[in-house]
Write a protein that binds this ligand. Structure first.
Ligand code: FES
Length: 350
């Protein structure tokens, strides 16, 4: 058996962390509402200070820590694995995140695959038990053939994981559906898009993430690019299931490089009869006069404005996609259009 260590947070909370888990995930599994966003070393939200004991760092060069953080001895909870019992000063709320399911690890099998575009593949995994998550949340996937994580502590080699959002809705059948885009040079996405086959085993650890569909009763805007399609499809499907869906309006923005990247229409059509109104705006960013595209061109954030979205200031706005796109959309909404940050929902990945 692999060793387990006792973690105490210095403010009276304690939990166990096994050597195949990270400090962040062990805290979340124990119901300690530790602060985080990406779960992948990129955002820096999960910084903590080690008061006593020894921690192994999965990725000592993770982008979430600045040189100044390192000088001050900060570590990332999502990249730390205890080697001894430890005491930590961790940022954590007093109560578990309302409505969220506690994340767990389960083994799933690929039961369905289909190509949505030349480089975007939908994959459905089936795992024992109910698939419990909120629309817009993500899971960490470990796929067969992924390279071993270079920072694995001795005795616990693990495959490189990636965070992917679910595109379906929670269900009792154990179905976890993803829409994954091939990232050029990516270590994991190429395996999912090109190699995974029916019956292959994939480890699912989740759910994670805070950018899930809220219960606000507001109309919504969703903005997606690339693999960000999946969580926005889930959010739209989730809204369409609600009792007040017939009164709700949805504006769905989807940005891609070229016309062959466009594929959101089927998901918009799927909910059309169940909501008051749904509008789709797809834009291509490449300027190629010969590509046959007659719709809007340019970056997606340029198309969102008070003129183009009725009542923009009173909507809930969900964003998922490449970090540069997410940043550009958030900046425009907040700085130019005066939208309250309380109405904008996204998880930061880098
Ligand atoms: Fe750890 Fe983002 S949650 S760096």
């Amino acid at each position: 058996t692999l060793p387990t260590h006792a973690i105490s947070t210095g403010d009276g909370r304690s939990f166990e962390c096994g050597s195949t888990d990270t400090l962040l995930r062990a805290a979340l599994r124990a119901g300690v509402a530790a602060t985080y966003e990406c779960n992948s070393g990129g955002c820096g939200t999960c910084k903590f200070t080690l008061t006593s004991g020894e921690m192994h760092q999965l990725d000592p060069d993770a982008a979430g820590l600045t040189p100044r953080d390192k000088r001050k001895g900060k570590m990332l909870a999502c990249q730390s694995v205890p080697l001894t019992d430890c005491e930590v000063a961790l940022q954590a709320g007093d109560a578990w995140f309302a409505d969220q399911s506690t994340p767990g690890v389960r083994s799933g099998r690929v039961t369905r695959v289909r190509h949505l575009t030349h480089d975007l593949r939908e994959m459905t995994l089936t795992a024992p038990g109910a698939a419990e998550f909120l629309p817009g949340q993500f899971a960490m996937l470990t796929v067969p053939g992924a390279p071993i994580h270079r920072g694995s502590p001795d005795g616990a080699p693990r495959g490189l994981e990636r965070a992917y959002s679910m595109s379906n809705l929670p269900n009792d059948d154990g179905q976890w559906q993803f829409q994954i885009k091939r990232v050029p040079g990516g270590a994991v996405s190429g395996i999912v898009v090109d190699d995974l086959d029916i019956g292959d085993e994939v480890l699912i650890d989740g759910p994670y993430g805070h950018a899930h569909l809220k219960d606000s009763g507001r109309d919504i805007v969703v903005v997606a690019g690339g693999s960000g399609l999946a969580p926005m499809v889930s959010v739209v499907r989730g809204l369409a299931e609600r009792a007040d869906a017939v009164d709700r309006r949805i504006d769905f923005y989807y940005g891609g490089r070229t016309p062959v990247d466009m594929c959101a229409i089927e998901f918009v059509d799927e909910v059309r009869d169940r909501v008051a109104r749904v509008e789709l705006v797809e834009a291509v960013s490449m300027d190629d006069a010969d590509d046959g595209w007659t719709g809007p061109r340019g970056f997606i954030h340029a198309l969102i404005d008070h003129d183009t979205v009725d009542g923009l200031a009173d909507r809930d706005i969900y964003i998922a996609g490449p970090p540069m796109m997410t940043d550009a959309v958030v900046r425009k909404l907040v700085l130019e259009l005066g939208v309250s940050t309380d109405n904008i929902h996204y998880d930061r990945f880098f």
